[in-house]
Ligand binder design. Sequence first.
Ligand code: PEP
Length: 241
Amino acid sequence: MKKFIAANFKMHEPDLRAWAKFKPTSGAEVVMFPSFLHIPLFSGRKDTILGAQDVFWENLRSGGAYTGEVSAQMLKNFGVKYALIGHSERRALGDTNEIVGKKLKTALASGLKVILCVGEGEDVRKKGITSAKNFVRAQMKSALFGVKKKFLKDIIVAYEPIWAIGTGRTDKPADAIAMADFIRSLLSVSPTGGPVRVIYGGSVTAKNAKKFISQKGIDGALVGGASLDPKEFAKIISSVK
Ligand code: PEP
């Protein structure tokens, strides 16, 4: 299965001139998550897949009275294939486990694929890896409650320990692999026969990407800060063999 490398621009303006020269050079599946505003500017690229950083939990085909929200259908109209759901920065802004679950089910039922983000905070990890696993299990259980088995193939789980996001402190690759294996064990096997993909996120850069991406148990990376520079992001992609 191809490795999966995603760029999360968060609330940053992409340098469009620099991105015009960007050429991913590996067989990885590369997905870009610009802000909603910048989605049309990345639409139509042949070398990358388009994602959205969030999606609303109602998908009314003809729209609805939800000021400030963007539906799955609207995203699909602009060529979006993936939605990022449950990112810790959205959870910090109020997305509860219940909201994450609603967004996940709506996105999947609307035909989007999903990157479901899970991961523990530093307070939890300090208690040990078992506490971290329990925390992640609860997040997974709540997000996936009621999700039909046929949709498991459309979910990629991003294990992102919160203390590693934007801090320059990565998880130990061995711990990230243990978590990825644990997450796969919770999901068992997708209906297509393949295991659900689990990627790692948290301060991945061109310097350390190989340590994570080259591992058999890690199916790719979700990259925040280091994806803002297309040259750096291209280096991360090229570390996929
Ligand atoms: C992220 O935003 O999901 C992320 C992992 O950020 P960073 O790479 O900057 O830690």
